[in-house]
Design a protein around this ligand. Structure first.
Ligand SMILES: O=C(O)c1ccccc1NCC(=O)[C@H](O)[C@H](O)COP(=O)(O)O
Length: 270
């Protein structure tokens, strides 16, 4: 049994409970339901932005508590002011210390695409994501069949949300990639069996992902050199959590990294 199996088993129970407490009919009354979401794809393809998807993450199964005190408002607003292209907000409570209100708070303070980072196994969570003000949802190929990705992805699309499909290997990609459901493909560098991280995973899979999908590299990124190396093989999105959240002021760590990236670009252009 992997940590992912444990998370998913817990998530199924949690979703059943939430559904009975807050039925879809109530979610549909949210002021965000009729809103037009922002395109994560488009923001990541902009040349004037860094491509960083800055994550708000309090704790994780691999690292335990990372930052229990950073406020969502200051951190997410600071990420955007620092030059991040988009935000990722973990809404899972049990394993990551997040909550739905973190996303609605981030939404209230920011005009940028927001990825709802959670473990989606049911249509309810896609509708919930929209009701919270998210612009995109994550679908994890390791826990979904191709048919489930298609069904959940089509629902997301019908609500105006984009889907970031997360893969760890070529088999997961081949099994789940579908143009009707997926806009972006994220390669997770973290092995969820032993939590080891290798950026080579993104390097090796870059050429396997068709060009019509925006490529995102996820987990274990920490330096401007990491980003530049993966940008060079086709990645346009760089999902980063712990590197920033480890600091007492995560947004300052993000600003420092963006400055390094800009300095590197300036040297390259000389
Ligand atoms: O981070 C974990 O320990 C983890 C364990 C099991 C499933 C998912 C996990 N992380 C979710 C993520 O995808 C990361 O938060 C995200 O890619 C950012 O990674 P990092 O920059 O390494 O914090």
């Amino acid at each position: 049994m992997t940590i992912l199996d444990t998370i998913i088993a817990h998530k199924r129970q949690e979703v059943a409970t939430r559904q009975s407490l807050v039925p879809v009919k109530l979610l549909e009354k949210s002021l965000y339901m009729p809103a037009q979401p922002l395109s994560l794809r488009r923001y990541l393809l902009r040349d004037d932005l860094s491509g960083i998807i800055a994550e708000f993450k309090r704790k994780s199964p691999s690292k335990g508590i990372i930052n229990a005190h950073a406020p969502v408002e200051r951190t997410t607003l600071g990420y955007m002011q620092a030059g991040a292209s988009a935000l990722s907000v973990l809404t899972d409570t049990e394993f990551f210390g997040g909550k739905n209100e973190d996303l609605t708070t981030a939404r209230r303070f920011n005009f940028c695409p927001i990825l709802r980072k959670d473990f989606v196994v049911d249509e309810y969570q896609v509708i919930e994501a929209k009701s919270l003000g998210a612009d995109a949802v994550l679908l994890i190929a390791a826990v979904l069949s191709g048919e489930e990705v298609l069904r959940l992805g089509r629902l997301a699309k019908s609500l105006g949300l984009e889907v970031l499909l997360e893969i760890h290997n070529a088999e997961e990609l081949d099994k789940t990639l579908h143009p009707d459901a997926v806009s972006l493909v994220g390669v997770n560098n973290r092995n969820l069996h032993d939590f080891s991280v290798s950026l080579d995973t993104s390097g090796e899979l870059a050429q396997r992902i068709p060009d019509e999908y925006v490529k995102v590299t996820e987990s274990g990124l920490s330096t401007a050199a990491d980003i530049e190396a993966l940008r060079a093989v086709g990645y346009r999105g760089f999902l980063m959590g712990e590197t920033f959240m480890r600091h007492s002021r995560p947004e300052k760590a993000c600003a420092a990294l963006v400055q390094q990236l800009r300095a590197t670009e300036a040297v390259t252009l000389l």
